[in-house]
Design a protein around this ligand. Structure first.
Ligand code: DON
Length: 362
């Protein structure tokens, strides 16, 4: 099927020719505002004109000898993943037996997602205790409540924070000949965002408002429950789960990310665990997936996970392992080895997308 999007093409040309002013000011901005207002919305030209991209320093952590550079707030992605990896580091420096690893990984996610709901929101509005959340002493404290033989019910850990699944987020992983890298996750949140396109623009407006917590304890489309930290406020950005990530080992670099709503973080972390095991890049994107996000207090897994040894070891320890009845995720990943300067790339077999290396990639 050939799809023509001439309005969108004109908007992209305006962006290319005039930069931000081609979108946030002038005819495109006017059409966006007019389209929204005609449909009963409350946008003003000033709202668009006031919008600024903010560059923020990534958050950095360590796992099994690798330095991990990943997304800072207002994404919860980097903080949740690094907190969970720090918790794993508390168990024999992260060198964990295959039998025990799924259980400890789930327990680490449970705790880190609890902190997502408790503390995380737009850092321009709330002060997130980043240094504390990523400290060794905090990981020690969080790891202390983990039992090796038994799942901890989320209700035993205090304050709640809870899944549906959405689409239409995209991830690109790129590495050029000079070693420059990009890990970019882009979201309009639910399928077709708000389902609304101001006339004459080709631009579909997102519904990222759902990434805010509408009220304490009320789950969003992904079942995530948040606190005041992520409450709606004028000019505030919602808490994301996007986790575009670089993993820097001494001898190799991994670039990875995926769409998938609240499950993005756990998918990327499972990819990082594969990368740390020096598994081939195909394994990172194709491996069977499981997830825990504090609430609901369940290990949500792809159907193929249920019969695995990992699922058995989780059940033995009291985890409630349930199938989400379908595969999820669309991970794009690259592995660059310094020793022979070799690059391998892989695209998730579950989704659309393709991996290209070398002259092919141009
Ligand atoms: O930023 C977030 O966490 C969500 N807007 C991501 C939504 C998403 O991944 C939907 N696509 N599968």
């Amino acid at each position: 099927t050939l799809i023509r999007q001439p309005d969108l093409a004109r908007v992209l040309e305006a962006l290319a020719e005039q930069g931000r002013d081609g979108f946030y000011q002038g005819p495109v901005a006017e059409k966006l505002v007019r389209g929204v207002r005609e449909a009963g919305g409350i946008w003003t030209k000033q709202d668009l004109n006031n919008y600024r991209v903010k560059e923020r320093a990534p958050v950095v952590g360590h796992y099994r000898g690798a330095r991990i550079v990943t997304a800072p707030p207002p994404s919860a992605g980097g903080l949740v993943m690094l907190e969970a990896l720090n918790i794993l580091n508390e168990f024999n420096g992260g060198e964990i037996s295959e039998d025990l690893l799924p259980h400890l990984t789930v327990e680490a996610w449970r705790r880190a997602y609890q902190d997502r709901g408790r503390y995380m929101g737009d850092p321009d509005f709330v002060s997130i205790p980043v240094d504390n959340l990523l400290s060794k002493s905090y990981a020690e404290q969080r790891a202390a409540s983990i039992k090796l033989d038994k799942a901890t019910p989320s209700s035993e850990l205090g304050e709640p924070v809870a899944t549906g699944e959405g689409f239409h987020t995209t991830h690109f992983s790129v590495l050029d000949g000079a070693g420059n890298r990009v890990a970019a996750t882009l979201s309009i949140n639910l399928p077709f965002g708000s389902g609304f396109m101001p006339a004459g623009t080709g631009v579909i407006l997102n519904n990222e408002m759902d990434d805010f917590s509408a009220k304490p304890g009320s789950p969003n489309a992904y079942g995530l429950v948040g606190s005041k930290a992520n409450a709606v406020a004028p000019g505030k950005r919602p808490l994301s789960s996007m986790t575009p990530t670089f993993v820097e080992f001494d001898d190799r670099v991994a670039i990875l990310g995926t769409p998938g709503g609240s499950r993005i973080i756990t998918m990327v972390m499972l990819g990082v665990l594969e990368a740390a095991n020096d598994a081939p890049v195909d394994d990172w994107v194709s491996r069977v997936r499981f997830h825990h996000q504090f609430l609901p207090d369940q290990v949500q897994a792809e159907p193929a996970f249920l019969g695995t040894e990992a699922a058995k070891s989780l059940r033995l320890r009291g985890h409630d392992v349930v199938s989400v009845d379908r595969e999820y995720g669309n991970m794009q990943a690259i592995l660059w080895r310094h020793e022979d300067n070799s690059v391998t790339a892989a695209s998730d077999p579950r989704g659309i997308g393709a991996a290209r290396v070398g002259a092919d990639a141009d």
